[in-house]
Design a protein around this ligand. Structure first.
Ligand SMILES: CCCCCCCCCCCCC/C=C/[C@@H](O)[C@H](CO)NC(=O)CCCCCCCCCCCCCCC
Ligand SMILES: Nc1ncnc2c1ncn2[C@@H]1O[C@H](COP(=O)(O)OP(=O)(O)OP(=O)(O)O)[C@@H](O)[C@H]1O
Ligand SMILES: [Ca+2]
Length: 571
């Protein structure tokens, strides 16, 4: 571990100068990883007045990898941060007229980042220019940062604020970081997907950014995966085909209704935070489920594949798109009151024991050790073996038949503002597995308790009617001919008035006896599906949720040790 005082002294120093910051003289040091400064002793003595006892030294430090950009100071930036008098600011500018601004990432609250600035003044123009040059040289060494991005904006996602969010909050940051962009505002559903599939010249870009919600992300996902498979001659209709990972990173600027992919990979739905993760070129691999019906490809999923409750909520909510995000709450209540269950048979290939358990409370966080474990070739051979697929007993495939209110496969936690811990709080972003949650038929009250536990600290899997398995693949086959309402199961049956109650004996048809699959917010056209997790098929400009820092000083990224009698301020 490097000590901050060493950085301030000589260690690997690239540049050292006495400059002015907030009207005080500071010693500024740059090495390959840190930009640090502290007030000079002379200045401290002057500020502490007549007493000869200097104030304690404050050392401020920024990590170079969290510097967004360095520029000559704009005139209108004068002393925004000091709240000192204009006269004092004018005096600094007169005596030390050559200034440069370092824009950097500052952590605020709840995983949010903002872009802050620190301004250094100098009397010497050449010195100021040298600082800009040397910092820029260090930034240029960070080759994983994107230089050119293709941006798709859905102007109709969420509360229809995508365009404004991009123009006001994101474009200025990309501009400051000297990232060039080609922006396409979509004109119809699937515009972005089709453009990526056939037209976009992907060689030009280091990443694709989507401004919108999970549906818009899904378009980008489908466009990119499909393009990559076509370019590599892979037929996606083969359920066992090994798909080729996409080389282009995806960035998400949240502007939708749920935005669970952004929330579960960054920890917050904030456009500025996401833009900063893109600028620094963060990289988070992610699993993708491929979904087939017989031998034809249906869709890819990265978050929730939900049959029963979440399928019914989505189907109903699609008719209420005009309501915006509130449609999910209304359809949620309506579906809850309908209280339907569906019969079917689900078979699955459990993940190996060393892949953890959905109830182990080992949450996926930045640098997650579980996600480092790549499936061995032995695991893959096992997966591919159709012979094993036929067997129910030898530790391979298992089959469960039953009546379910919900069948959910969560390939990641699916945390979102509605449910901050998500559908499966310990699911992992990139471990090659999905958590299969089976909610069997139960009373309304029991199901409500289960739902409520998604919003508090209690364990939503701790019910006799819920089971959860970590799996690599699963198949679902709906029961052919029955549909039930749970009216007869509740202690005090009530007519809901929301939908006709069908009994098992009367007028059932396919639509009533089957639910639909909610695949990341899209309805699938078939109930019988085969699902296979494709480990780490895509990469996002994200780093996973960072551990909450108890204080900024405990930032896991800091490179230095604390020293007694010195105050540290890690900006
Ligand atoms: C009593 C309160 C219980 C609240 C329970 C909240 C659980 C919420 C779990 C959210 C999981 C989201 C998973 C993400 C799925 C995305 O790929 C997809 C596309 O964006 N979003 C949805 O399908 C959108 C799905 C939106 C689902 C909303 C469900 C709302 C249920 C409300 C039930 C109310 C019962 C009230 C009884 C009086
Ligand atoms: N120009 C457009 N006109 C109409 N629909 C569009 C357009 N561009 C994209 N879409 C479609 O709009 C749908 C919803 O978009 P988006 O995901 O951005 O918002 P949302 O549904 O409100 O949020 P979430 O998916 O997070 O719940 C997507 O499925 C996408 O295909
Ligand atoms: Ca996973």
């Amino acid at each position: 571990m490097t000590r901050l005082s060493d950085i301030m002294e000589t260690q690997d120093r690239l540049l050292f100068s006495k400059l002015f910051h907030k009207h005080r003289q500071v010693e500024v040091t740059l090495n390959r990883s840190v930009l640090a400064w502290k007030e000079t002793e002379k200045s401290r003595k002057r500020s502490s007045g007549i007493s000869n006892r200097a104030e304690t030294a404050h050392i401020h430090a920024l990590q170079v990898c969290e510097i967004v950009a360095v520029h000559t100071k704009d005139d209108d930036q004068d002393n925004k941060e000091t709240r000192r008098s204009r006269a004092e600011a004018k005096q600094t500018s007169r005596l030390h007229p050559h200034a440069f601004t370092v824009s950097y990432i500052r952590r605020t609250r709840q995983h949010q980042w903002c872009c802050s600035e620190v301004i250094f003044h100098s009397a010497n123009q050449a010195l100021s220019e040298q600082w800009i040059k040397v910092i820029n040289e260090q930034l240029a060494l960070l080759t994983h940062r994107p230089k050119s991005l293709l941006v798709y904006i859905n102007p109709y996602g969420g509360k229809r604020r995508g365009k404004r969010i991009y123009e006001q909050k994101v474009a200025p940051l990309f501009g400051r970081a000297c990232i060039s962009t080609d922006v396409i505002v979509t004109e119809r559903a699937n515009h972005a997907r089709d453009h990526l599939k056939t037209e976009a010249n992907l060689d030009k870009y280091d990443g694709v950014v989507c401004v919108g919600g999970d549906g818009m992300f899904s378009e980008i996902l489908h466009g990119l995966i499909s393009r990559t498979q076509t370019d590599n001659g892979v037929d996606p209709n083969q359920p066992d085909a090994e798909l080729v990972p996409c080389s282009v990173h995806i960035g998400i600027i949240p502007a939708g209704s749920t935005d669970c992919i952004c929330f579960a990979t960054v920890g917050t739905n904030d456009p500025v935070t996401s833009a900063l993760h893109i600028i620094v070129g963060d990289s988070q691999p992610m699993d993708v489920c491929s979904v087939h019906h017989n031998d034809s490809f249906l869709r890819y999923s990265v978050s929730l594949l939900g049959y029963g409750f979440y399928g019914d909520v989505l189907k109903d909510s699609e008719r209420k798109r005009w309501m915006g995000p509130a449609r999910y709450d209304l359809s949620g209540v309506k579906t809850f009151l309908s209280h339907n269950y569906y019969e079917g048979s689900i078979s699955f290939l459990p993940a190996e024991n060393n892949m953890g358990d959905p109830r182990d409370k080992l949450q996926c966080r930045s640098g997650c050790s579980v996600c480092q474990h790549k499936p061995s070739s032995k695991d893959t051979q096992w997966e591919m073996s159709e012979e094993k697929e036929m067997s129910d007993k030898v530790g391979g495939w298992r089959t469960i038949r039953g009546k379910f209110i919900a069948i959910n496969a969560a390939s990641m936690s699916c945390a979102c503002p509605r449910s901050p811990k998500g559908l499966s709080p310990s699911a992992h972003l990139a471990d090659g597995t999905t958590d299969l949650i089976l909610v069997r038929k139960c009373s309304r009250l029991d199901f409500l308790t289960h739902l409520l536990r998604h919003t508090n600290k209690e364990d939503q899997f701790d019910h006799s009617f819920v089971e959860v398995h970590r799996v690599r693949r699963f198949n679902f086959q709906p029961q052919q001919n029955e549909m039930h309402s749970l009216e007869d199961l509740t202690e005090t049956p009530k007519k809901t008035g929301f939908r006709p109650i069908c009994s098992a004996q009367t007028n059932y048809n396919y639509q009533d006896s089957h639910s639909s699959w909610n695949c990341d917010g899209e309805i699938l056209p078939h109930a019988a599906i085969r699902v296979s997790v494709q480990p780490q098929l895509i990469r996002l400009f994200a780093r996973g949720i960072e551990e909450q820092q108890q204080s900024l000083l405990e930032d896991p990224c800091t490179l230095w040790a604390l020293e007694p009698n010195t105050h540290y301020s890690v900006d």
